[in-house]
Write a protein that binds this ligand. Structure first.
Ligand code: ATP
Length: 363
């Protein structure tokens, strides 16, 4: 009898605050059930209690050496960070951006699809007809953190937020997006800017897009201004496949995309360091949702789909495919829709249904 060694993956789970804790614990349950079913790898999950509550006790969203504690993990599963008593810019910069930026997770990938059983608010869209992936530049731009305030509180007060774009930063995200577009069946990319009004950096984006496009002659691409893009997403969704945009523009477009796909509770995201010098981070795109925290009704699908992306990143394609089909089997059944999708299901019921689908006991 031959014995096979199981591949071991170290996962850092950072549930954060609000429904982050509920959906990450559901995600870990599902990932462990999947590992059991696959029987070729195992997860060692370390939990880190960083976030708003940690801040209230320690004055920091994560410890000074927090990044050292997670830098050798294979991946990070993140929930959401925020606290009703703490300003959003402190929670964002103190945890999520404090991990993404030093770990150079410069490619933020956000797939959008209308899953089986889910109804898009767009009347013209049936299942399978909206299949986008948004690539968000995740390291610079409007989130570079450059700026300041002077004369605070006086009528002379001045405040600046300066967007920083570097040629190397734009080139690498553009190349990433073209490669991703090439890997998808339609080989179609839309480069989104605002180069009419923002006449320096956004014009550089357009020029860099032209240059990088020459390396990808098999990819069809076009350019759009971000305002026009919001209209196209609503009026002509089938004309879109892969999108690349700046940190801020893509952030806004992906909330719109999530809503058009049925609910913010479904949408996943991956913060990738494509060169794998640091761990990448996977999270649902929704926030802490304090209005529903503790009620047991948070939709965990966004976290499960983020786990699919985590598995793909680890190279566990078969397990990723199994999990995605389990998710789709469950969304297809309205009895497993949480209230954000118009149903009555609870987080633990959806979680159990996905686990059952993984185990094959409900087919
Ligand atoms: P943040 O400022 O951290 O982005 P937020 O509370 O302003 O957080 P979200 O948490 O992203 O915004 O969500 C907005 C609303 O969408 C919530 O109030 C909630 O009702 C709903 N929502 C978001 N995520 C989910 C989910 N997973 N399940 C159910 N409803 C959700």
């Amino acid at each position: 009898m031959w014995g096979f060694a199981l591949t071991e993956y170290k996962i850092a789970a950072i549930p954060g605050d609000g429904i982050g804790t509920e959906v990450v614990s559901a995600g870990v349950e599902v990932m462990n059930a999947l590992a059991e079913r696959e029987n070729s790898f195992v997860f060692h999950v370390d939990h880190f209690n960083w976030g708003g509550e940690y801040y209230k006790q320690h004055g920091l969203m994560m410890p000074e050496d927090g990044r050292d504690q997670i830098k050798d993990h294979n991946a990070i599963l993140f929930g959401s960070a925020g606290h009703p008593d703490i300003p959003d810019h402190i929670t964002l910069w103190g945890l999520r951006l404090a991990i993404c930026q030093p770990f150079d997770q410069y490619a933020n990938v956000r797939p959008t699809r209308v899953l089986p059983g889910i109804t898009s608010p767009l009347r013209s869209v049936n299942n399978g007809e909206l299949d986008w992936v948004i690539v968000r530049e995740n390291s610079e731009g409007e989130y570079a953190g450059v700026g300041g305030r002077a004369h605070q509180g006086s009528p002379l007060e001045t405040a600046t937020d300066v967007s920083i774009f570097t040629r190397s930063g734009v080139e690498r995200i553009m190349r990433f997006a073209f490669k991703l577009a090439r890997s998808r069946p339609r080989k179609l990319l839309t480069v989104v800017t605002k180069s009419n009004a923002q006449r320096h950096a956004m014009v550089m984006w357009d020029e860099i897009a032209e240059g990088v496009a020459k390396e990808f002659s098999d990819v069809t691409w076009d350019k759009m201004l971000v305002d026009a893009m919001t209209m196209r997403m609503v009026t002509n969704p089938k004309s879109i496949d892969t999108i690349v945009a700046t940190n801020l523009h893509a952030d806004i477009l992906s909330d719109l995309a999530a809503a058009l796909a049925g609910s913010l509770g479904i949408a996943p995201t991956a913060n990738l360091n494509p060169e794998r010098e640091f761990p990448s981070m996977f999270e649902p795109i929704h926030g802490s949702a304090f209005d529903i925290t503790g009620k047991g009704i948070a939709n965990p699908i966004g976290t499960f789909w983020s786990s699919v992306m985590l598995l793909e990143h680890l190279g566990e394609q078969a397990a990723a495919t199994r999990l995605m089909s389990a998710i789709e089997r469950v969304t297809a059944d309205p009895q497993f829709h949480t209230p954000d999708l118009g149903g009555n299901a609870r987080t633990d019921e959806v979680t159990q249904a996905v686990i059952d689908a993984i185990r094959g006991t409900n087919i």
